[in-house]
Design a protein around this ligand. Structure first.
Ligand code: R5P
Length: 310
Protein backbone atom coordinates (compact mmCIF):
# COMPACT_ATOMS: atom_id res chain seq x y z
CA UNK A 1 0.00 0.00 0.00
CA UNK A 2 1.16 3.54 -0.74
CA UNK A 3 -0.15 6.71 0.90
CA UNK A 4 0.25 10.05 -0.84
CA UNK A 5 -0.78 13.48 0.42
CA UNK A 6 -1.92 16.42 -1.65
CA UNK A 7 -1.32 19.93 -0.32
CA UNK A 8 -4.85 20.66 0.93
CA UNK A 9 -4.48 19.00 4.33
CA UNK A 10 -1.05 17.56 4.96
CA UNK A 11 -1.47 17.35 8.79
CA UNK A 12 -4.44 15.00 8.34
CA UNK A 13 -2.50 12.83 5.86
CA UNK A 14 0.41 12.72 8.32
CA UNK A 15 -1.96 11.66 11.10
CA UNK A 16 -3.40 8.88 8.91
CA UNK A 17 0.12 7.77 8.03
CA UNK A 18 0.94 7.67 11.75
CA UNK A 19 -2.17 5.57 12.51
CA UNK A 20 -1.33 3.09 9.75
CA UNK A 21 2.41 3.11 10.35
CA UNK A 22 2.79 3.58 6.60
CA UNK A 23 5.05 6.47 5.56
CA UNK A 24 3.82 9.05 3.09
CA UNK A 25 5.26 8.49 -0.37
CA UNK A 26 7.30 11.48 -1.46
CA UNK A 27 5.66 13.56 -4.15
CA UNK A 28 6.64 16.92 -5.55
CA UNK A 29 3.67 19.19 -6.12
CA UNK A 30 4.69 22.59 -7.30
CA UNK A 31 3.64 25.51 -9.47
CA UNK A 32 5.11 26.83 -12.67
CA UNK A 33 5.47 30.58 -12.83
CA UNK A 34 2.11 30.88 -14.61
CA UNK A 35 0.59 28.90 -11.67
CA UNK A 36 -0.01 25.66 -13.56
CA UNK A 37 0.38 22.64 -11.29
CA UNK A 38 3.17 20.09 -11.70
CA UNK A 39 3.26 16.76 -9.87
CA UNK A 40 6.02 14.17 -9.71
CA UNK A 41 5.68 11.02 -7.59
CA UNK A 42 9.04 10.30 -5.97
CA UNK A 43 8.72 6.51 -5.50
CA UNK A 44 7.85 3.65 -7.80
CA UNK A 45 4.08 2.98 -7.66
CA UNK A 46 3.92 0.28 -10.36
CA UNK A 47 1.46 -2.41 -9.27
CA UNK A 48 0.74 -0.67 -5.96
CA UNK A 49 -2.54 -0.02 -4.14
CA UNK A 50 -2.36 3.77 -3.82
CA UNK A 51 -4.41 6.01 -1.52
CA UNK A 52 -4.23 9.68 -2.39
CA UNK A 53 -5.46 11.97 0.40
CA UNK A 54 -6.77 15.35 -0.73
CA UNK A 55 -9.77 17.40 0.47
CA UNK A 56 -11.28 19.67 -2.17
CA UNK A 57 -11.63 22.48 0.35
CA UNK A 58 -10.67 26.15 -0.07
CA UNK A 59 -9.12 26.98 -2.53
CA UNK A 60 -11.42 24.33 -3.99
CA UNK A 61 -10.49 24.77 -7.64
CA UNK A 62 -6.74 24.53 -7.00
CA UNK A 63 -7.10 21.55 -4.68
CA UNK A 64 -9.41 19.76 -7.10
CA UNK A 65 -7.01 20.31 -9.99
CA UNK A 66 -4.12 19.05 -7.87
CA UNK A 67 -6.14 15.92 -7.05
CA UNK A 68 -6.89 15.29 -10.74
CA UNK A 69 -3.31 15.85 -11.89
CA UNK A 70 -1.94 13.57 -9.16
CA UNK A 71 -4.40 10.80 -10.12
CA UNK A 72 -3.20 11.19 -13.71
CA UNK A 73 0.44 10.93 -12.61
CA UNK A 74 -0.34 7.76 -10.62
CA UNK A 75 -2.21 6.20 -13.55
CA UNK A 76 0.65 6.91 -15.90
CA UNK A 77 3.03 5.50 -13.25
CA UNK A 78 1.14 2.16 -13.55
CA UNK A 79 -0.41 2.10 -10.06
CA UNK A 80 -2.57 -1.04 -9.78
CA UNK A 81 -5.42 0.78 -8.03
CA UNK A 82 -5.90 4.44 -7.14
CA UNK A 83 -8.29 5.42 -4.36
CA UNK A 84 -9.08 9.11 -4.13
CA UNK A 85 -9.45 9.76 -0.40
CA UNK A 86 -11.43 12.99 -0.28
CA UNK A 87 -12.24 13.69 3.38
CA UNK A 88 -14.16 16.86 2.42
CA UNK A 89 -15.82 16.65 -0.96
CA UNK A 90 -16.25 20.24 -2.17
CA UNK A 91 -18.96 21.33 -4.62
CA UNK A 92 -21.27 18.77 -2.96
CA UNK A 93 -23.93 21.36 -2.20
CA UNK A 94 -24.52 21.89 -5.91
CA UNK A 95 -26.13 18.48 -6.25
CA UNK A 96 -29.23 19.37 -8.27
CA UNK A 97 -30.44 22.01 -10.66
CA UNK A 98 -31.70 24.90 -8.56
CA UNK A 99 -33.19 26.66 -11.57
CA UNK A 100 -33.15 26.63 -15.32
CA UNK A 101 -29.68 26.74 -16.92
CA UNK A 102 -27.77 26.00 -13.70
CA UNK A 103 -25.11 23.29 -13.28
CA UNK A 104 -24.96 20.14 -11.16
CA UNK A 105 -21.38 20.75 -10.13
CA UNK A 106 -21.15 17.75 -7.79
CA UNK A 107 -21.81 15.48 -10.78
CA UNK A 108 -19.23 17.31 -12.87
CA UNK A 109 -16.60 16.85 -10.13
CA UNK A 110 -17.52 13.14 -9.88
CA UNK A 111 -17.01 12.84 -13.65
CA UNK A 112 -13.65 14.60 -13.46
CA UNK A 113 -12.33 12.36 -10.68
CA UNK A 114 -13.48 9.24 -12.53
CA UNK A 115 -12.15 10.41 -15.89
CA UNK A 116 -8.76 11.31 -14.35
CA UNK A 117 -8.42 7.60 -13.49
CA UNK A 118 -9.50 6.99 -9.89
CA UNK A 119 -10.67 3.41 -9.32
CA UNK A 120 -12.59 4.23 -6.17
CA UNK A 121 -13.39 7.07 -3.78
CA UNK A 122 -13.28 7.18 -0.01
CA UNK A 123 -15.03 10.13 1.56
CA UNK A 124 -16.77 11.17 4.75
CA UNK A 125 -20.34 12.39 5.31
CA UNK A 126 -21.19 13.52 1.81
CA UNK A 127 -23.62 16.42 1.85
CA UNK A 128 -26.20 14.10 0.30
CA UNK A 129 -25.78 10.32 0.27
CA UNK A 130 -27.09 10.08 -3.29
CA UNK A 131 -23.94 11.83 -4.58
CA UNK A 132 -22.46 8.31 -4.44
CA UNK A 133 -24.63 7.59 -7.45
CA UNK A 134 -22.93 10.38 -9.43
CA UNK A 135 -19.92 8.06 -9.66
CA UNK A 136 -19.74 4.87 -11.73
CA UNK A 137 -16.89 3.63 -9.53
CA UNK A 138 -17.27 2.38 -5.93
CA UNK A 139 -17.63 5.08 -3.27
CA UNK A 140 -17.25 4.49 0.45
CA UNK A 141 -19.04 7.31 2.27
CA UNK A 142 -18.03 7.02 5.93
CA UNK A 143 -20.36 8.23 8.66
CA UNK A 144 -19.07 10.36 11.50
CA UNK A 145 -20.77 8.49 14.34
CA UNK A 146 -17.62 6.66 15.60
CA UNK A 147 -15.97 10.07 16.09
CA UNK A 148 -18.89 12.11 17.48
CA UNK A 149 -20.75 9.57 19.62
CA UNK A 150 -18.01 8.82 22.22
CA UNK A 151 -17.22 12.54 22.58
CA UNK A 152 -20.88 13.46 23.10
CA UNK A 153 -21.34 10.60 25.58
CA UNK A 154 -18.33 11.73 27.59
CA UNK A 155 -19.01 15.47 27.49
CA UNK A 156 -22.71 15.30 28.33
CA UNK A 157 -22.84 12.24 30.58
CA UNK A 158 -25.88 12.32 32.89
CA UNK A 159 -27.44 15.38 31.22
CA UNK A 160 -30.79 15.64 29.48
CA UNK A 161 -29.80 15.97 25.85
CA UNK A 162 -31.75 16.51 22.60
CA UNK A 163 -30.13 16.04 19.20
CA UNK A 164 -31.24 18.75 16.80
CA UNK A 165 -31.18 19.00 13.03
CA UNK A 166 -30.70 22.71 12.18
CA UNK A 167 -32.71 22.27 8.98
CA UNK A 168 -35.04 19.78 7.39
CA UNK A 169 -32.31 18.58 4.99
CA UNK A 170 -30.19 17.24 7.85
CA UNK A 171 -32.85 15.15 9.57
CA UNK A 172 -31.57 11.74 8.41
CA UNK A 173 -28.06 12.42 9.74
CA UNK A 174 -29.35 13.83 13.07
CA UNK A 175 -31.83 11.00 13.53
CA UNK A 176 -29.11 8.37 13.01
CA UNK A 177 -26.95 10.02 15.67
CA UNK A 178 -29.88 10.45 18.08
CA UNK A 179 -30.62 6.73 17.71
CA UNK A 180 -27.06 5.75 18.59
CA UNK A 181 -27.13 8.10 21.60
CA UNK A 182 -30.64 6.99 22.62
CA UNK A 183 -31.61 10.66 22.70
CA UNK A 184 -34.70 12.52 21.46
CA UNK A 185 -34.65 14.32 18.14
CA UNK A 186 -35.77 17.89 17.43
CA UNK A 187 -35.89 19.66 14.07
CA UNK A 188 -35.70 23.30 13.10
CA UNK A 189 -38.08 24.19 10.34
CA UNK A 190 -37.03 27.41 8.59
CA UNK A 191 -39.69 29.18 6.61
CA UNK A 192 -39.82 32.41 4.67
CA UNK A 193 -43.51 33.16 4.27
CA UNK A 194 -42.96 35.84 1.59
CA UNK A 195 -39.92 37.01 -0.37
CA UNK A 196 -38.19 39.84 1.51
CA UNK A 197 -39.78 38.89 4.85
CA UNK A 198 -37.39 37.46 7.43
CA UNK A 199 -37.37 33.71 8.10
CA UNK A 200 -39.50 32.17 10.81
CA UNK A 201 -37.86 29.35 12.79
CA UNK A 202 -40.20 26.73 14.20
CA UNK A 203 -38.73 24.20 16.59
CA UNK A 204 -40.35 20.79 16.21
CA UNK A 205 -39.77 18.62 19.28
CA UNK A 206 -39.18 19.11 22.98
CA UNK A 207 -36.10 21.21 23.79
CA UNK A 208 -37.21 23.01 26.95
CA UNK A 209 -34.80 22.55 29.87
CA UNK A 210 -32.49 20.43 27.72
CA UNK A 211 -28.98 20.65 26.36
CA UNK A 212 -29.42 20.87 22.59
CA UNK A 213 -26.77 19.43 20.29
CA UNK A 214 -27.12 20.43 16.67
CA UNK A 215 -25.59 18.08 14.14
CA UNK A 216 -24.75 19.08 10.59
CA UNK A 217 -22.40 18.16 7.74
CA UNK A 218 -21.06 21.62 6.92
CA UNK A 219 -20.61 24.89 8.76
CA UNK A 220 -19.75 27.56 6.22
CA UNK A 221 -20.83 31.13 7.03
CA UNK A 222 -22.18 29.90 10.38
CA UNK A 223 -25.56 31.50 9.63
CA UNK A 224 -27.57 28.28 9.86
CA UNK A 225 -26.11 27.31 13.25
CA UNK A 226 -26.15 30.76 14.87
CA UNK A 227 -29.76 31.45 13.91
CA UNK A 228 -30.83 27.99 14.98
CA UNK A 229 -29.01 28.37 18.32
CA UNK A 230 -30.97 31.53 19.02
CA UNK A 231 -34.27 29.83 18.19
CA UNK A 232 -33.42 26.93 20.49
CA UNK A 233 -32.58 29.29 23.36
CA UNK A 234 -35.88 31.13 22.82
CA UNK A 235 -37.63 27.78 23.06
CA UNK A 236 -36.09 27.05 26.46
CA UNK A 237 -32.87 25.14 25.73
CA UNK A 238 -30.45 25.44 28.66
CA UNK A 239 -27.31 25.15 26.51
CA UNK A 240 -26.74 24.85 22.78
CA UNK A 241 -23.80 22.99 21.26
CA UNK A 242 -23.04 21.91 17.75
CA UNK A 243 -21.14 19.02 16.18
CA UNK A 244 -20.35 19.58 12.52
CA UNK A 245 -18.21 17.34 10.30
CA UNK A 246 -16.69 19.82 7.86
CA UNK A 247 -15.55 23.20 9.22
CA UNK A 248 -15.55 25.29 6.03
CA UNK A 249 -15.88 28.44 8.18
CA UNK A 250 -15.52 31.02 5.43
CA UNK A 251 -15.73 34.82 5.67
CA UNK A 252 -16.60 36.07 9.16
CA UNK A 253 -17.88 32.71 10.40
CA UNK A 254 -15.51 32.45 13.38
CA UNK A 255 -16.47 35.91 14.63
CA UNK A 256 -20.13 35.12 14.17
CA UNK A 257 -19.86 31.87 16.11
CA UNK A 258 -17.88 33.59 18.86
CA UNK A 259 -20.68 36.07 19.48
CA UNK A 260 -23.55 33.60 19.04
CA UNK A 261 -25.68 31.70 21.53
CA UNK A 262 -23.56 28.61 20.88
CA UNK A 263 -21.71 27.31 23.92
CA UNK A 264 -19.35 25.32 21.72
CA UNK A 265 -18.83 24.09 18.19
CA UNK A 266 -17.02 20.81 17.62
CA UNK A 267 -15.68 20.20 14.11
CA UNK A 268 -13.25 17.67 12.65
CA UNK A 269 -9.96 17.95 10.78
CA UNK A 270 -11.32 17.03 7.30
CA UNK A 271 -10.40 20.61 6.38
CA UNK A 272 -7.13 22.13 7.54
CA UNK A 273 -8.05 24.91 9.99
CA UNK A 274 -6.95 28.50 9.56
CA UNK A 275 -5.14 30.18 12.48
CA UNK A 276 -8.38 31.97 13.29
CA UNK A 277 -10.21 28.64 13.64
CA UNK A 278 -7.34 27.09 15.60
CA UNK A 279 -7.45 29.86 18.20
CA UNK A 280 -11.21 30.40 18.31
CA UNK A 281 -12.64 30.58 21.82
CA UNK A 282 -15.52 28.18 21.34
CA UNK A 283 -14.40 25.89 18.50
CA UNK A 284 -12.83 22.48 19.17
CA UNK A 285 -11.58 19.82 16.76
CA UNK A 286 -11.72 16.03 16.72
CA UNK A 287 -9.58 13.99 14.37
CA UNK A 288 -10.98 11.66 11.71
CA UNK A 289 -7.51 10.19 11.07
CA UNK A 290 -8.11 6.90 12.97
CA UNK A 291 -11.44 6.39 11.16
CA UNK A 292 -9.92 7.10 7.75
CA UNK A 293 -6.94 4.90 8.59
CA UNK A 294 -9.23 1.98 9.54
CA UNK A 295 -11.23 2.38 6.34
CA UNK A 296 -8.07 2.54 4.19
CA UNK A 297 -6.76 -0.63 5.80
CA UNK A 298 -10.05 -2.43 5.23
CA UNK A 299 -10.20 -1.38 1.57
CA UNK A 300 -6.61 -2.48 1.08
CA UNK A 301 -7.31 -5.86 2.73
CA UNK A 302 -10.62 -6.24 0.84
CA UNK A 303 -12.53 -6.35 4.13
CA UNK A 304 -15.93 -4.81 4.91
CA UNK A 305 -15.96 -1.06 5.53
CA UNK A 306 -19.55 -0.97 6.80
CA UNK A 307 -18.46 -3.26 9.65
CA UNK A 308 -16.82 -0.13 11.11
CA UNK A 309 -20.27 1.25 11.90
CA UNK A 310 -22.13 -1.60 13.58
C1 R5P B 1 -26.93 22.87 4.08
O1 R5P B 1 -27.76 22.15 3.55
C2 R5P B 1 -25.78 22.33 4.86
O2 R5P B 1 -26.08 21.10 5.44
C3 R5P B 1 -25.34 23.32 5.92
O3 R5P B 1 -26.41 23.50 6.84
C4 R5P B 1 -24.98 24.65 5.31
O4 R5P B 1 -24.09 24.47 4.24
C5 R5P B 1 -24.36 25.56 6.34
O5 R5P B 1 -24.03 26.78 5.74
P1 R5P B 1 -23.88 28.10 6.59
O6 R5P B 1 -22.95 27.81 7.72
O7 R5P B 1 -23.33 29.08 5.59
O8 R5P B 1 -25.25 28.50 7.06
Amino acid sequence: MKLISGNSNRPLAEAVSECLKVPLTQAVMKRFSDNEIFVEIGDNVRGQDVFLIQSTSYPANDNLMELLITIDALRRGSARRVTAVVPYFGYARQDRKTGPRTPISAKLVANLITKAGADRVLTLELHAGQIQGFFDIPVDNLIIAPVFVPDIQKRFAGRDVAIVSPDVGGVVRARALAKRLEADLAIIDKRREKAGVSEVMNVIGDVEGRVCIMVDDIVDSGGTLCNAAEALKKNGATEVWSYVVHGVLSGRAVERIDSSALEGLVITDTIQPTDLVRHARNIERLSVAPLLGDAILRISDERSVSALFV
